[in-house]
Design a protein around this ligand. Structure first.
Ligand code: PMP
Length: 442
């Protein structure tokens, strides 16, 4: 039995079907961007007409905006269970948050990340000449992840500052990572750890204190808020010591012209140091609104509902001939509402295009910005899935299909998806699909 969904935007959108008529759109691509909660839009709409500049103006609207911005920071810190002294920096996204952290690493830091991470968690590191990065093999179980990390940290040369970057839930398989154990391993070896919570925080309560991670990063647009705002929350020492990520107004305490015409700049010591320029107040306010709405709804209740939908989805997919779910830790590993698969004899892009054009279902196909992981999983799951529609090929599939969902997903969307997948596989697509300008079209 699945409880009623929370209202989200997007589900009342009608999409034209190639086969005629219109159907309500089934958004099953939450892992890319989740539809915003109606409550969030309402909060933003109520505030938007009144906003003013933050931290600058003496006017009433500036004061109101400054208060809302700083209150949003406090709400997010509370939502994440931050420790006293932790700070919340508003960024543009998870990608931006992790790049900010990469910019403030102490010289000589070596970063460790599993190759199974999203590119946002793989690529920011080691770009500075005074830092380095090591990618670890994708582990085949949570226990092996901890062992591999311990081995790598113990063997590092020289034994200098180190940072571990790890995902909370995979954006490819939805599988949960042993964050608390990895944090303990990192700390036991004198390393710090940042949690990429982009896929975890929309599905489960994340508590920085309980997990004992040093930082957490996530994006508003996956947490039922609009695009353009993200968060890096956690320890302040590295952030306060480093050169500002962005140089400009708001990051400085004092700017003057020296005797020889040189700039004399004193940077702020608080988070403001890394928030130069006029901030995205509406984005920050929207994230805080989403945090409040999720807390009020009860994260445990939402997660239980999601798990019921996940079980329904996976049981349905298991009945569809030729569907192979891809996973790193195995079919029984705990996961959030994200499932990726290939279909024997099908080009994944065509399958996804047919779901959209013939059933009004939006999923994602591709390598999901996690090329090393998805390529490896495709190679071991190739059942001749690379061919054009209906024409099996011996080569490994070139991409996978991902279904993801969360708050507000009605049962009907899951059932429609399972029915559609079954019909496509057994009856074939009604249309033929071709790739045109990088898009798959009927
Ligand atoms: N990490 C993970 C696990 C993700 O799923 C994503 C988004 N797909 C990101 C990081 C990057 O998020 P953003 O594009 O919002 O920066």
């Amino acid at each position: 039995q699945v409880a009623a969904p929370l209202p989200v935007l997007g589900h009342d959108v009608l999409v034209p079907l190639v086969t005629g008529g219109q159907v309500p759109y089934a958004a099953l691509d939450y892992a890319a961007s989740a539809p915003a909660l109606r409550r969030v839009w309402d909060d933003v709409a109520a505030y938007a007409p009144y906003y003013g500049s933050v931290h600058r103006g003496a006017g009433h609207l500036s004061q109101l905006s400054t208060e809302l911005f700083e209150n949003s920071r406090a709400t997010v810190g509370e939502f994440l269970g931050c420790r006293p002294g932790d700070e919340v920096v508003f960024t543009r996204s998870t990608t931006d948050s992790l790049n900010l952290l990469a910019a403030v690493l102490p010289p000589g830091t070596r970063v460790f990340a599993f190759e199974s991470e999203h590119h946002a968690a793989l690529l920011p590191w080691g770009r500075r000449a005074d830092t380095a990065v090591t990618w670890l093999d994708a582990p085949r179980s949570p226990e092996r992840a901890v062992e591999a990390l311990e081995r790598a940290l113990a063997a590092r040369e020289p034994y200098g500052p180190a940072l571990v970057c790890v995902t909370g839930a995979s954006n490819v398989t939805g599988e949960l990572w042993p964050v608390r154990e990895l944090a303990a391993a990192a700390h036991a070896h004198g390393a710090r750890i940042v949690l990429d919570a982009a896929q975890l925080v929309p599905h489960q309560a994340v508590d920085v204190t309980a997990l004992d991670v040093d930082w957490v990063a996530f994006s508003g647009h996956k947490l039922y808020a609009p695009f353009g705002a993200g968060v890096l929350a956690g320890r302040t020492d590295w952030l306060r010591r480093a050169e500002p990520y962005l140089a400009g107004g708001g990051a400085t305490r004092r700017v003057a012209r020296g005797a020889a015409g040189e700039p004399v700049v004193e940077w702020h010591e608080t988070v403001a140091r890394h928030e130069a320029g006029s901030p995205n107040v509406i984005g920050a306010y929207a994230i805080a609104s989403a945090c409040r709405a999720l807390t009020a709804a009860g994260p445990g209740r939402l997660a239980a509902r999601e798990q019921a939908l996940l079980a329904r989805l996976r049981a349905g997919l298991a009945e569809v001939p030729g569907v192979r779910e891809i996973s790193l830790f195995g079919a029984d590993a705990p996961r959030v509402g994200v499932v990726s698969f290939v279909v024997d004899g099908w080009n994944s892009s065509h399958f996804a295009a047919a779901l959209s054009a013939e059933y009004g279902i939006g999923v994602r196909d591709g390598l999901f910005c996690a090329h090393p992981l998805v390529r490896a999983l495709l190679a071991e799951n190739s059942g001749g899935a690379a061919g054009e529609c209906g024409a099996p090929d011996e080569a490994p599939a070139a991409s996978a299909i991902r279904v993801s969902f969360g708050v507000g997903t009605p049962e009907e969307h899951i059932d429609r998806f399972v029915r559609a997948a079954g019909e496509l596989v057994t009856r074939g697509a009604r249309w033929t699909y071709r790739t045109e300008g990088g898009r798959c079209v009927p």
